[in-house]
Design a protein around this ligand. Structure first.
Ligand code: AMP
Length: 431
């Protein structure tokens, strides 16, 4: 018997349910059981080191974390171990009334501008997009396949990291290279972290009590990966990541923008292979490459101890960030709100203050007292006099995926949950 209750197409709305959100990587599966109405995580966990000699599953429920360290040969075994832990330590998935499984998929290409209920054809389409995200889409798909086998009675919904950016104007999405080569190989700017940018820009409007359609926003998602977006009236018009999540801001281990001729140079003159360059730009660059450290807490310790490499790394990071803010100011023409989010954006007041330093003539400033400390709730950190509000809004990609999954199954005629006290942002800009 499947541990989840069976939703029925066309049945009445209003039942309270939960959504199991799954993020399947090459050697890990992260999951969270989410109450899409209240927004809280009922349980969460991670399967790690799939395929290695020693694997682990960490499951948190009711304030307690249970850890199992057994080999996890493949994703199927990983998900079975997760379901066993739900049965053993709770919560009971049948009682939690799981109405959908929401899967994060990194690349939706030019095909997907909104979440969809998975069927075999959707699986084939995601598979066909794998050349654009060879490290991400195949493991995402593996997770979807095993979850569909193990939880066959609930609808599975895929939510794409690129979908929010399907609205980028052609002028922003197009690389200036031979158009035939670009067309044949899908070379254009897709953008990533879309779920977060959409969630945060929607939340900003709700928190301010303003209509999303009326405000122009810059969202700065600064985590280990980092991206900026310009959102006009709820519609994404620019973003810093491109065909892959490598373009744009300086990140924990990724270079962000770089002259493409550097790659040619390194392959021609330094004997680096294609894989070497891939490894260099994705894993040995960014703050890690410049300072040997990609965690901001450690980076600040190094800077404070007088480490010059760390100091330069921070300067390079902040310079790039400020440059993007300026560029997006010009793209939007008027900026009502700039919002920081994700691990660094929510927790690092130094980065927030320094990134926007010197922008007072543009009506942008950060108030030191309001900016102090880590932010667990949406907070305005600009002084009263500015024309642009600066905010910190914690992101919640799992909740965003859960709510999009609910909206998608309801639109498809399945039972869902319509009693939303804090409704999901209007679905502007990703249809
Ligand atoms: P994310 O990818 O959103 O989970 O963000 C992870 C990053 O957030 C880490 O690599 C750190 O650089 C940063 N971070 C987390 N906690 C803090 C903190 N208390 N202060 C500064 N940075 C933090």
């Amino acid at each position: 018997m499947s541990p989840v209750s069976q939703p029925t197409p066309g049945s009445a709305h209003g039942a309270h349910g939960s959504v199991l959100v799954v993020n399947s990587g090459s050697s890990s599966i992260k999951y969270q059981l989410v109450n899409p109405v209240g927004g809280e995580a009922i349980a969460s966990g991670i399967v790690e080191r799939i395929g290695e000699d020693e694997g682990s599953v960490r499951h948190t429920y009711g304030g307690n974390t249970t850890t199992r360290t057994d080999p996890v040969p493949d994703h199927g075994a990983g998900l079975r171990a997760v379901l066993a832990l739900f049965e053993e330590v709770g919560p009971d998935l049948a009682q939690a009334h799981v109405v959908a499984v929401g899967h994060r998929v990194v690349h939706g290409g030019a095909v997907f501008g909104a979440p969809v209920v998975v069927d075999d054809e959707i699986v084939a389409q995601i598979d066909a997009l794998s050349p654009l995200a060879p490290l991400h889409n195949p493991p995402n798909l593996t997770g979807i396949q095993v979850a569909r086998e193990l939880l066959p009675d609930v609808p599975h919904v895929v939510v794409f990291d690129t979908a929010f950016f399907r609205t980028l104007p052609e002028a922003a999405a197009t690389y200036a290279i031979d158009r035939e080569v670009a067309r044949e190989h899908g070379v254009r700017r897709y953008g990533f972290h879309g779920t977060s940018h959409q969630y945060v820009s929607g939340k900003v409007a709700r928190v301010l009590g303003r209509r999303l359609e009326d405000i122009n926003q810059i969202v700065l998602h600064l985590g280990n990966g980092a991206s900026a977006s310009a959102v006009r009236g709820g519609v994404a018009v620019e973003t810093s990541m491109g065909m892959t999540p490598l373009e744009g801001l300086v990140m924990g281990t990724r270079s962000g923008d770089i002259d493409p001729a550097v790659l040619i140079h390194l392959q021609r003159n330094a004997g680096l292979s294609v894989d070497d360059v891939d490894d260099l730009l994705n894993r040995r660059s960014g703050l890690k490459g410049l300072a040997g450290e990609n965690d901001f807490r450690e980076l600040h310790t190094l800077v404070d101890s007088g480490d010059e490499d760390a100091s330069l790394a921070l300067d390079v990071y902040l310079h790039r960030l400020r440059k993007y803010v300026g560029a997006y100011y010009a793209v939007l023409g008027r900026v009502d709100v700039i919002t920081f989010t994700a691990g660094v954006g929510e927790n690092d007041p130094v980065v927030r203050a320094r990134a926007l330093e010197g922008l007072e003539p543009l009506g942008i400033a950060v108030d030191p007292e309001r900016n102090a400390g880590r932010k667990k709730e949406p907070t305005i950190i600009s002084p009263d006099w500015t024309s642009t509000l600066v905010m910190v809004v914690p992101t919640n990609e799992e909740l965003a995926i859960a709510r999009q999954a609910i909206a998608t199954i309801e639109a498809a005629g399945y039972e869902g949950t319509s009693d939303e006290s804090d409704p999901a942002p209007a679905a502007t800009g990703h249809a």
